[in-house]
Design a protein around this ligand. Structure first.
Ligand code: ZN
Length: 505
């Protein structure tokens, strides 16, 4: 049987419609659906509505109505990221469970989780943490530029190959940089040439100049410019700000994918011959582990030992004299670290409030609303009968009766759909309760169970600023997401990890 799916995309700020972020989401969703063997039959685009309340989003409403119509046979709803779907936990969960009633899965490209209690648990973690982080950040971040950066918008001068869409700052507000039509393709091609490993920086610069780089940029390309470009993760979508020493995924369209960037970087900057993309499963901390000395991301490499291959994380920066540590050892330490981490008490409180209290409230409210609609449907059905009578006794002509009946049937259909919005049952609460227990008690266990993309999602949530690898081959945290905290007793004894400040209620 063919598996049919729909896509739902959303931008949160009306000014974002201008850029292609809806399109980017759609493309990612399509690719994802294809890989899962799903056929997309419809796309719903929410243009510039806040995700705060499901009710204010007409496209989501259409989408839910479409999904709940049996004849459409939808088996999955694909979103780019759960926060596109809902920023509000209760409503997000309610919608997911509503769709579950129709045997429709909600799939997220970014947080690809399984449809089982564990998978659902993780999805809920992502949604909760996303929401809480936002709330906490909202309170704490006074710096507008930093807030902007964290939302995925590059607030500085554009990197080579990108430009601003409009002339004035005011017009560009809330918009990511767009590709500079002449330079972007040249840079893109340069990355692909670089990854072959045949060219050095000077040769790459020459190629770029041959393609007219100098005509569009204020100077000709040089080995320095090539070096600068190849080192920037911005080109695959990951923004780095030296000012705040923070990374954030950007809303701009990347020029290349991450694997291309990695290969080009390894081949030209690290001068590694025959670099092959590592088996990432062996290095779950790649992308989060940084060298303490230079701040750079640690790279990975297998090395031939006496008893076969040994896997290392290492800093490739020559000035660091190869800070290198066995992967096995880092992972052990990382597990110890996870043991010391708990969601902050505020999260636990909020979580219980939100999920259980609000949830119960939500269910009661939903039941009430459903009853109102049921009554309305009953009324409408009565009216249908009276129309039939009116036709029989000649009050209505057959034509009039037909028209009246059509209107009422239409109204009944609409009401049925509305009613389906409120079907939430106690059962869902049990799932949420179960996962909370698991998640709150044992992050380390949770992490172990996850596959690579989920591991990375979770660790990025907990350690948004990465983990440092010290020269004495130990690791320490930079700072935690405000939703998590270190268990203090352990932290002080070890004395290495920073305690997040000012976030406990
Ligand atoms: Zn280093």
């Amino acid at each position: 049987m063919e598996n049919k799916a729909v896509i739902y995309t959303r931008v949160s700020d009306p000014s974002q419609i201008e850029n292609n972020s809806l399109e980017v989401q759609e493309q990612s969703c399509r690719k994802f659906a294809q890989a899962k063997g799903l056929t997309i039959i419809k796309i719903f685009k929410e243009e510039g509505k806040s995700a705060k309340h499901v009710n204010t989003r007409p496209a989501l409403r259409d989408c839910l109505n479409f999904c709940s119509t049996k004849k459409n046979q939808v088996s999955a709803l694909v979103v780019y990221k759960f926060d596109r779907f809902s920023r509000n936990l209760e409503e997000g969960l309610a919608t997911i469970s509503l769709l579950a009633k129709y045997n429709i899965e909600v799939l997220s490209v970014i947080e690809d989780v399984e449809q089982n209690p564990m998978g659902r648990a993780i999805r809920n973690i992502m949604m909760t943490v996303g929401q809480l982080d936002n709330e906490l950040k909202g309170e704490r971040v006074k710096d507008n530029m930093l807030a902007c950066f964290r939302k995925g918008f590059w607030p500085f001068k554009c990197p080579i190959g990108y430009q601003r869409k409009y002339q004035t700052k005011e017009q560009n507000k809330g918009l990511p940089p767009i590709k500079e039509p002449n330079l972007a393709p040249i840079i893109e091609r340069m990355f692909h040439k670089a990854k072959s490993g045949i060219y050095n920086k000077t040769q790459l610069a020459k190629i770029m100049n041959g393609e007219g780089f100098g005509d569009y940029y204020k100077s000709k390309a040089s080995h320095k410019i090539v070096d600068k470009i190849l080192k920037r993760t911005f080109y695959y979508g990951y923004m780095y700000s030296p000012k705040w020493n923070e990374y954030s995924w950007g809303e701009h369209k990347p020029l290349i994918d991450e694997s291309t960037w990695n290969r080009a970087y390894q081949a030209v900057i690290m001068k590694k011959k025959n670099y092959t993309y590592q088996d990432d499963e062996l290095y779950p901390l790649k992308g989060i582990l940084r060298c303490e000395k230079c701040g750079g991301l640690m790279t990975t490499c297998p090395s031939k030992g006496r008893n076969g291959k040994v896997f290392y994380y290492e800093c490739g920066n020559r000035d660091c004299r190869k800070i290198r540590i066995q992967a096995k050892e880092v992972h052990g330490q990382f597990n110890q670290l996870l043991k010391q981490i708990q969601p902050s008490s505020r999260v636990i409180i909020l979580f219980n409030q939100m999920v259980f209290k609000e949830w119960d409230k939500g269910i009661n409210q939903a039941k009430k609303e459903a009853r109102v609609i049921e009554n309305r449907i009953a009324e409408l059905k009565k009216e249908l009968t009276s129309i039939r009578k009116a036709k029989d006794d000649g009050t209505y002509s057959p034509k009039e009766a037909k028209e009246e009946a059509r209107k009422i049937r239409q109204e009944i259909r609409v009401s049925e759909v509305e009613k389906s919005d409120f079907k939430v049952e106690q059962y869902d609460t049990e799932i949420v309760r179960e996962f909370t227990k698991q998640f709150l008690i044992n992050l380390q266990k949770l992490w172990k169970k996850l596959d690579l993309p989920k591991k990375q999602t979770l660790q990025n949530k907990i350690f948004p600023n990465g983990i440092l690898c010290l020269r004495d081959k130990t690791i320490r945290t930079v700072n935690l997401s405000p939703s998590f905290r270190l268990i203090k007793a352990l932290a002080t004894k070890k004395g290495r990890n920073v305690t997040p400040q000012g976030i406990e209620p």
